[in-house]
Design a protein around this ligand. Structure first.
Ligand SMILES: Nc1nc2c(ncn2[C@@H]2O[C@H](COP(=O)(O)OP(=O)(O)O)[C@@H](O)[C@H]2O)c(=O)[nH]1
Ligand SMILES: [Mg+2]
Length: 476
């Protein structure tokens, strides 16, 4: 039957033409359907993978941010990731010039760094010095060195604890100070963080030495929160260097046990005998020749230099200004962020150096050292003076005399010099004779009175004669 139809179709030319036409239209219909399906598919694929992007170009005053774009890349310096620096300041005038010097040396593209400062409870000219330093920082002729947006906030919190080393580090001061510091940090963080920031960097003003590549060095670890190790230099008499920041640690059984015994409001602080936690501290994990890339998981962290992804704060983590798991401020920030499933990491072999500030005891000791030094100086001055007097009073002229002796004798005719020197006293004047007579009379009378005879010094004369006898003109 197929055969007959084929025959039928191919046999008649009209039928053949109709068949060709209908084939073409069939193909074009199929093509159209295929193209349509393809188009639908493309539309479907595109709409399902791409987020809807509203267009606000024509709506004044609207800013749109797709927050997916600000999640923080591990190579942020190549991706244009914007960082906000948060710097709390109190009585920081003396530290600011150093802070800005270090800031200016940083290798992370300056244009992508925004700076924010919170100035609180300062008795010195922190604000004035801050403004001066910012002015010269931003007047750099090299435009690549100019920083991004700069914001300064001012708010006093009524901090009653002094800013001296010993005031700040006394045990009793710790709880209230840390809670208040937490408030200050939250005030700053909440106004500083903008939607276009990918990273937040917390930095204390009083850092002495820090690698210029600190941002890249911390960022490439790609952690939610990361801190370096913090040590400080010491004067020679205290032993050169010392771990500084004990707030970065890993929780221990001892720490948890201790926390359970404390009241709800208590704040555990490290480095005080009152609170023995036996926690492993990041500071003590340092191996000076160890790999700086080594990471250590942490629970509590210190605040000297924290790099955090912005999303950690966006999600609600912060610096508890109350007792959170018996901690406050940066240590509680670490603990809280861990509870929120963010990773918190420290670098034991990568070190940032905090400045050395003397404690009250150090100051007393230094005062004593200065007094001792003063005493030593005075004594050495007196000794120098006496040495001079001694030299002048008891000058040793023997060498000088042997030189002079030659000078004295060099014009004497050696031929006339004999071993026995004859002294002709005949031309001695009368006065001299008279003197001799007087001397003799005096001597006789003294002898008569049994008094001591005048001392005659034949050795001297003999010495003189010997000198002349020994004289060799060839040696002159
Ligand atoms: N805004 C503000 N900053 C503070 C306050 N106390 C300290 N700071 C700043 O916070 C940072 C850390 O303080 P610091 O006293 O050095 O802490 P320590 O090194 O842990 O003793 C420094 O930059 C200080 O200038 C405060 O009450 N308010
Ligand atoms: Mg400090």
């Amino acid at each position: 039957m197929c055969k007959s139809i084929f025959k039928l179709l191919s046999g008649n030319p009209n039928t053949q033409k109709r068949t060709t036409n209908s084939s073409i239209s069939l193909i074009s219909i199929l093509g159209s359907i295929f193209s349509l399906l393809l188009l639908v598919r493309i539309i479907l694929v595109n709409t399902s993978t791409r987020i809807y992007t509203p267009d606000f170009k024509n709506t004044p005053g609207v800013e749109y941010y797709d927050l997916q774009n600000y999640k923080g890349n591990k190579n942020g310096w190549q991706m244009g990731d914007r960082i906000v620096f948060c710097v709390p300041l109190r009585d920081a005038a003396e530290h600011l010039p150093r802070f800005f010097r270090l800031l200016n040396n940083m290798t992370y593209p300056h244009n992508w760094i925004d700076l924010t400062f919170l100035v609180s409870d300062s008795k010195d000219d922190t604000m004035g010095v801050l403004l001066d330093n910012l002015k010269s920082l931003q007047s750099n002729k090299d435009k690549t060195k100019i920083f991004g947006n700069i914001e300064i906030f001012e708010k006093d919190f009524g901090q009653i604890i002094g800013q001296s080393f010993s005031d700040r580090h006394g045990f009793a001061a710790q709880g209230p100070r840390r809670k208040l510091m937490a408030r200050a940090r939250n005030w700053l963080g909440s106004v500083a963080l903008k939607p276009y920031h990918s990273w937040v960097y917390w930095r204390d003003v009083d850092v002495e030495v820090i690698p210029d590549t600190i941002m890249e060095d911390l960022m490439h670890h790609d952690k939610d929160i990361i801190v370096p190790n913090v040590w400080r230099p010491l004067p020679e008499w205290l032993g050169h260097i010392q771990p500084y920041d004990l707030n970065s640690w890993k929780e221990s059984g001892g720490g948890i046990q201790l926390a359970n015994t404390l009241s709800d409001d208590a704040v555990i602080v490290e480095g005080y005998p009152e609170y023995a936690t036996w926690r492993p501290h990041l500071a003590y994990m340092r191996d000076p020749s160890g790999d700086p890339e080594v990471e250590m998981e942490l629970d509590g962290i210190g605040g000297v230099s924290i790099l955090s992804k912005a999303r950690v704060f966006r999600a609600g983590s912060h610096f508890p200004a109350f007792s959170f798991e018996k901690h406050a401020e940066t240590e509680a920030f670490g603990k809280l962020s861990r509870r929120m499933k963010y990773n918190v990491v420290g670098l034991p072999n990568y070190v940032v150096w905090h400045i050395y500030e003397p404690s009250s005891d150090d100051l007393k000791h230094m005062e004593w050292l200065a007094e001792e030094e003063q005493k030593r100086l005075e004594e050495s001055k007196i000794r120098e003076f006496y040495d001079k007097i001694w030299e002048i009073g008891f000058e040793d002229v023997r060498d000088k005399w042997s030189e002079d002796r030659m000078q004295v004798l060099k014009n004497v005719d050696p031929n006339k010099l004999g071993r026995n020197v004859f002294v002709d006293w005949s031309d001695t004047d009368e006065d001299y004779e008279q003197d001799e007579e007087n001397l003799a009379t005096e001597s006789n009378s003294k002898d008569a009175n049994n008094e001591e005879a005048p001392v005659f010094v034949p050795e001297i004369l003999g010495e003189d004669a010997k000198l002349k006898a020994d004289f060799n003109p060839d040696e002159v």
